[in-house]
Design a protein around this ligand. Structure first.
Ligand code: PLP
Length: 468
């Protein structure tokens, strides 16, 4: 492709993306497809001759769009959102065009320094406490919350073993604490870090699915008595199933008393802290060791973009730094530059700061706050409807933009409702299980969701509930 051809195709592609996003509502939120349906539309073998751009562009409509679950659809109420904005998409395009690898400061100073600046901006905008903002602390952009949590586990492991965990491999006596509501990335991280999922303790929760601090204290004491080495607590601020909020202040107190690392997983809910009135969920964060939250979930920054802060950057770098000769540079050795390769798992790093920088400058935080507040109001409306409808019962306290409820007729009716609603293509919901019973999750989080979409989603559930 020549630069001229790239210009022409690029303009057409931007038009195509704008058209897709403008018209996304026309599509069923999730297509009724069987596995293999999309692969069957493309040749089994690679092209033997180059093809015209027009054919490739046309295949976005012929092959790709019919095979999408439309995450940007305003009636996408499933999982947690992964909303994006035009500004962030432009940032992503610029990053791809620049094509740099920001693994060290020297391999692209702008990638490193803009990352430091935008992560500091985000700490300010989220109102993070001083422990995540001083010179010993630091933040970094990770691809996902799963990676951030794995880094926290590794840093905590190295702190408790005074650096020996990386070398000796004798980790069987270390124990980690979370609740059964913790995201699956925690169990996965515990496995990858060599701690072993048998050493992950699931601490009892209360009626709102939040960790009971006294149960945590008891579990830690029992493990100590059994000769184990408790070292890490992972708290939910907004669990995936029901947006449960573990009480950080009493948990942090136990962690401090017991010398345990406290990692806070606020992958989704953390973005609500952009609105000062929702910062109460972070009470106690001032004593945590690390935090992750995802602009790629609820800030209009397209996937992937997770923010990860540690209170002592030396813990993280100590766990992850390995310095081969080919990566040495004067800037790094002089201690004046950050090498983000030491703050995460991969060596190579995308220029993710650009999409955050673009979003903050072009849309502005006020726009994001308005979106979050609109979603919260709409979710509040859904909660009111659930309470007023005798066919449904609330399955967890409605929190932020998530409402969880069940059909009174039981699991088969709840499951059938989710299946039928999703098969209609009119909206998309996720089923989960709370207290051993099936639950519908109604999560309001797409950037373009308006009241009419939420009303239509609720009307769909009501219509189908009659048949259940
Ligand atoms: N933590 C929580 C509470 C989540 O809800 C999710 C995903 O929904 C994750 C972690 C994992 O996020 P990621 O896809 O960024 O790894």
């Amino acid at each position: 492709m020549t630069p001229e051809e790239f210009r022409t195709a690029g303009h057409q592609l931007v038009d195509w993306v704008a058209g897709y996003l403008e018209g996304v509502e026309r599509h069923p939120v999730q297509p009724p497809l069987q596995p293999g349906a999309i692969a069957a539309l493309v040749p089994a073998h690679p092209p033997t001759a180059v093809e015209p751009w027009a054919d490739v562009l046309a295949d976005l409509d012929r092959v790709v769009v019919p095979g999408l679950t439309h995450w940007q659809h305003p009636s996408f109420f499933a999982f947690f959102p992964a909303n994006s904005s035009y500004s962030s998409v432009l940032g992503e395009l610029a990053a791809a065009g620049l094509g740099v690898n920001g693994m060290t400061w020297a391999t692209s100073p702008a990638a490193t320094e803009l990352e430091t600046v935008v992560v500091d901006w985000m700490a300010e905008l989220l109102g993070l406490p001083a422990n995540f903002r001083g010179p010993e602390a630091g933040g970094v952009i990770q691809g996902t919350a799963s990676e951030a949590t794995l880094c926290a586990i590794l840093a905590a492991r190295e702190r408790i073993t005074a650096g020996a965990g990386n070398h000796t491999g004798t980790l069987g006596d270390l124990t980690v604490y979370a609740t059964a509501q913790a995201h699956s990335s925690i169990e996965k991280g515990v496995r990858i870090a060599g701690i072993g999922d048998r050493n992950l303790r699931l601490v009892e929760t209360d009626e709102a699915f939040a960790m009971r601090p006294e149960a945590l204290a008891a579990a830690v004491a029992a493990d100590r008595a059994a000769g184990k080495r408790p070292f890490l607590v992972i708290a939910n601020v907004g669990s995936t199933s029901s947006m449960a909020m573990d009480p950080l202040a009493p948990i942090a107190e136990i962690c401090q008393r017991e010398g345990l690392w406290l990692h806070v997983d606020a992958a989704m809910a953390g973005m609500a802290a952009l609105c000062p009135e929702h910062r109460g969920m972070f009470d106690g964060l001032e004593r945590a060791d690390s935090l992750c939250t995802n602009p790629h979930k609820w800030m209009g920054v397209n996937f992937d973009c997770d923010l990860f802060w540690v209170a002592r950057r030396a813990d993280l770098v100590g766990a992850l730094s390995i310095l081969p000769e080919y990566l040495r540079s004067k800037a790094s050795e002089g201690g004046t530059a950050i090498d983000y390769r030491d703050w995460g798992i991969p060596l190579g790093r995308r220029f993710r700061a650009l999409k955050l920088w673009f979003t903050l400058r072009l849309d502005g935080v006020a726009e994001v706050q308005a979106m979050i507040r609109r979603h919260l109001e709409l979710a509040g409306w859904v909660a009111d409807q659930v309470r007023a409808d005798p066919r449904f019962v609330m399955a967890a306290p409605p929190t932020l933009n998530l409402v969880c409820f069940r059909h009174v007729a039981g699991d088969a009716a709840t499951d059938g409702l989710v299946e039928a609603a999703n098969a209609s293509g009119e909206a998309l919901f996720t089923r989960t299980v709370l207290d051993g019973r099936s639950v519908v999750r109604f999560c309001v989080g797409a950037r373009t969701t308006e009241r009419r979409h939420v009303e239509a989603g609720w009307a769909l559930l009501q219509r189908l509930a009659c048949a259940a």
